[in-house]
Design a binder for this molecule. Structure first.
Ligand SMILES: *[C@@H]1O[C@H](CO)[C@@H](O)[C@H](O)[C@H]1NC(C)=O
Ligand SMILES: *[C@@H]1O[C@H](CO)[C@@H](O)[C@H](O)[C@H]1NC(C)=O
Ligand SMILES: *[C@@H]1O[C@H](CO)[C@@H](O)[C@H](O)[C@H]1NC(C)=O
Ligand SMILES: *[C@@H]1O[C@H](CO)[C@@H](O)[C@H](O)[C@H]1NC(C)=O
Length: 355
């Protein structure tokens, strides 16, 4: 994965350098033209390869490709700038994406565009390739919150890097709440079939969905369910809506703490869900929590596995989550089998277009 990331960056550099030909004559190019003697080009290309391979987080040298299209400016784009740029009605929809997940991001975006909520979407890029790709196609809609997760450092248990990596999601959400915005978080292996905002009734602090596959009555309680076998609930950390209240901030703070004390495991970095459930358990007395209706927000274990239920609840589904399945290709196949893989035929409906 990291080698493809480096390749992508070099391709960008090379394709960007293409217009710098002796015939073109913009000011910036004239200023640096002596750099582009044959020897100069070879030295520069070598430097680009060296820095691109070993220091992929390094900026492209300033003035190198000057002009308003320079991608490097996004490196300094902050979460606060990004949120104030994309927010509508003081609300943002965020996801966190690394390069291999771009097709899922696009699929999710098409489904959101159909509900006319795409303008509020902010992509939290987990690598520079994603940051540049999204902002190139859709300026201002991606931000990278440094440090970019770095596999080497992130996996050293007990290290600050490890703590940073596992607690990134609640930290980002907490930061957005502190800036005073409502925030909806989604995993990108989801598809919207309806408008979730009409379900965010009342003025609760935190809205979430149950990850269990067992069928509940249509008019089930909106309270936190009772704990399951492991002593905790199975609320999904895949879809969360938060209002900028002290209650919602308390849940995020608790979640960060829970991730810090969670014992290390290979799966831990991808699995911050138990920590979220313990945070809900421990703050339930002080925070106004709201469980969204199962028929509108079914887990993949229910939607993709119980056709009887899907028939019974036809027309009620709002966000479908392609979980309870492992593997990239399997997820895509399942989306295709259910007519939910939109990127092949409907890429023009995405603000990113065809990727
Ligand atoms: C803005 O938010 C308020 C309160 O959440 C809601 O009632 C209203 O419909 C929203 N307006 C738009 C244009 O989305
Ligand atoms: C961890 O995060 C903090 C705050 O965002 C940052 O200052 C620090 O450099 C990070 N440390 C590592 C090792 O990534
Ligand atoms: C929190 O978890 C404990 C241990 O499973 C359980 O006894 C308690 O009822 C839970 N509290 C809430 C509010 O769910
Ligand atoms: C599937 O859904 C039906 C209808 O809601 C329900 O009666 C049945 O128990 C479900 N099957 C499983 C395996 O959960």
């Amino acid at each position: 994965m990291s080698s493809s990331l480096h390749q992508r960056q070099q391709q960008n550099l090379l394709s960007n350098s293409y217009p710098i030909s002796p015939r073109s004559s913009s000011n910036s190019q004239q200023r640096s033209i002596s750099l582009f003697s044959p020897t100069g080009i070879i030295i520069l290309l070598s430097l680009m390869v060296v820095f691109g391979v070993f220091f992929p987080w390094m900026d492209i040298p300033d003035g190198f490709f000057s002009g308003s299209n320079s991608l490097s400016k996004w490196k300094d784009y902050t979460l606060s700038q990004a949120v104030s740029f994309v927010a509508k009605n003081r609300t943002v929809i965020v996801c966190a994406v690394s390069q291999p997940y771009l097709p899922f991001l696009n699929n999710w975006l098409i489904s959101i565009s159909r509900q006319k909520h795409q303008e509020k979407v902010l992509v939290i890029a987990e690598d520079y390739a994603t940051l540049y790709k999204v902002n190139q196609k859709w300026p201002g809609h991606a931000v990278l919150i440094p440090p970019a997760p770095d596999a080497q450092r992130a996996h050293k248990f007990g290290s600050e890097g490890f703590f940073n990596f596992t607690s990134r999601r609640p930290r980002h959400l907490l930061h957005i709440l502190e800036l005073g915005y409502n925030v909806m978080y989604n995993d990108v292996d989801m598809v919207w079939l309806g408008d979730p905002f009409t379900y965010l009734q009342g003025n609760h602090d935190v809205y979430f969905t149950d990850d269990m596959a067992a069928v509940k009555p249509l008019k089930h309680s909106h309270a936190l369910p009772p704990p399951g076998k492991k002593g905790r609930t199975y609320i999904c950390s895949c879809m969360i809506f938060l209002r900028p209240t002290s209650g919602a901030k308390l849940v995020m703070t608790k979640w960060i703490e829970e991730l810090q004390v969670q014992p290390w495991s290979k799966k831990a970095k991808a699995n911050d869900q138990p920590g979220f459930n313990w945070a809900l358990n421990k703050t339930a007395g002080e925070v106004d929590l709201y469980l969204l209706p199962q028929a509108a927000f079914p887990s993949g274990g229910l939607y993709f596995k119980n056709q009887t239920w899907v028939e019974e609840t036809k027309g009620l589904h709002v966000i479908v989550h392609n979980n309870y399945i492992v593997g990239f290709e399997k997820k895509i196949k399942r989306f295709r089998d259910f007519g939910l893989w939109l990127v092949d035929d409907h890429a023009n409906e995405s603000p990113l277009g065809k990727l």
